[in-house]
Design a protein around this ligand. Sequence first.
Ligand code: HEC
Length: 155
Amino acid sequence: MSRLRLAFLVLLVACQAAPPPPPPFDAVADVKQLMATIIEPAAEVYWDAVGSVVDSAGTTEFAPSTPEEWTVVRNSAFVVAESGNLLMLAPRARDTAEWMTYSKAMIAAARRAIAAADARNAAAVFDVGADVYETCVQCHAKYAVEQVRPNAAKP
Ligand code: HEC
């Protein structure tokens, strides 16, 4: 065996023995802070984008009316979606099983929320908003019982 081939083999074995180090993630927010500063505010933008107001004049439906307003709604759905990945990163992940399932469920719902906003479909934004909310509730029911319904305290 030539020296070069031997050197190559040694290198190959060395590489296999030592996997590359994980990316140097540097989590700034703990789970509570991630919820309060990133996930909840973004979800509120999405939930508040479409709805109806009932007053003495009757029922008034509201929805984004300009491209800029739709972009804000779409962007908030992206924030919720990618936050699911932030939840799965160490040291935030509470375990390697259900925590991941709930985080992925939130990503999946938020992905549909992005599509609904991109389609500028107000009815779909309303419906998918409820699905996103359900994914918050599911995880809270297991890991944050005191927080089952994220905006329950609000009118
Ligand atoms: C994978 C699990 C998980 C998902 C999904 C999740 N949460 Fe949470 N959330 C938690 C946990 C755990 C806490 C409690 C954190 C603590 O107190 O340390 C929490 C707490 C909160 C809080 C309270 C923060 C505070 O300041 O006390 C809010 C608000 C919140 N979540 C909103 C949401 C919203 C909105 C969604 C969905 C769009 C969501 N969460 C999805 C796990 C999750």
